[in-house]
Design a protein around this ligand. Structure first.
Ligand code: GLN
Length: 287
């Protein structure tokens, strides 16, 4: 078969399987499995490819037709310009989450200008994408990653090692095994209301860890639990920063205010949707 025939075949099959972004994925697959980028492709589309290469491509294509996410098949994913390993034990890092990292990095840098050290906790770390990116961008910060899932924490540790980020990891159900106090608590907890999950695309619904998605009945369980307990783990003047779903802004403002957080704010992502909730633990708490 020629590269052109292969390309057409893949495109047709992805499209038939209902994969929305089939055009992009065709190029990803050609590059990954055949080592042929777009430019090379157009230079010689009639080049024959070895049967063996087609067989190996065909194998992943079958998995993709079952709607296994491409990132799990490739075993990696780009986030903040870094390559993170991913598998079915962790949520695939989303571009939306980069907004949280960017905001956190800006604030942490400011803090590091004002004080010698800065303690950061990434709660529900999954692949470690948030905490590891923060550590790489703010090397002086001391970063702790924690997750309830041992499997997720293994992936996070591997990523920290691969990317040369020196971080601490703690297996913990929310704050259960956490000690000390932090200047920043960052979290992208599970926040999808349980009943919504069934309506999501098969890649998410069938392959991403339910435990990383399900925010229980109203989707807000983890925000309430974290906001309530964070108080015991934040320094006076410390910040709590959450990623949120686009419809959760108002709820988050009330949750944070109810717990006594100040400077509460909802920030939008690049698509203009509510994406981040921020709150500051008062500098002087009146008891
Ligand atoms: N912190 C990880 C991420 O942002 C995992 C989040 C999760 O599992 N809910 O991708």
């Amino acid at each position: 078969m020629t590269v052109k025939e292969v390309r057409e075949k893949i495109q047709k099959r992805l499209q038939k399987a209902g994969i929305e972004d089939f055009e992009y994925e065709v190029w990803m697959l050609l590059e990954w499995k055949l080592g042929i980028g777009r430019a090379e492709y157009f230079m010689d589309p009639d080049r024959e490819i070895p049967d063996k290469a087609w067989m190996s491509l065909n194998e992943v294509l079958r998995e993709r037709e079952r709607r296994v996410p491409l990132q799990y098949l490739m075993g990696s994913c780009e986030f903040m310009g870094y390559t993170f390993e991913v598998d079915e034990r962790v949520l695939i890092p989303r571009q939306d989450t980069e907004c949280l990292v960017e905001l956190a990095v800006e604030k942490i840098r400011q803090t590091l200008r004002e004080q010698a050290s800065c303690q950061v906790l990434d709660l529900c770390t999954g692949s470690g994408c948030i905490g590891i990116s923060v550590k790489l961008l703010c090397p002086e910060a001391e970063v702790t990653l924690s997750d309830v899932s041992e499997g997720a924490l293994d992936v996070a540790k591997k990523n920290a090692w691969n990317l040369g980020a020196s971080v601490r990891t703690i297996e913990s159900d929310l704050f259960e095994n956490i000690q000390g106090s932090y200047d920043y608590i960052l979290s992208n907890p599970p926040y999808i209301p349980s009943r919504v999950i069934e309506g999501l695309m098969p890649e998410v619904r069938e392959f991403e860890p339910r435990i990383a998605l399900d925010g229980t009945e109203d989707g807000l369980y983890f925000y309430r639990a974290i906001a309530e307990d964070a108080v015991g783990y934040l320094r006076p003047g410390g910040w709590l920063i959450f990623e949120i779903g686009q419809e959760q802004g108002e709820d988050l403002l009330s949750i944070l205010r109810e717990q006594g957080f100040e400077n509460t704010e909802i920030k939008k992502d690049l698509a203009g949707l509510d994406r981040i909730a921020v709150g500051r633990w008062p500098e002087n708490v009146e008891l």
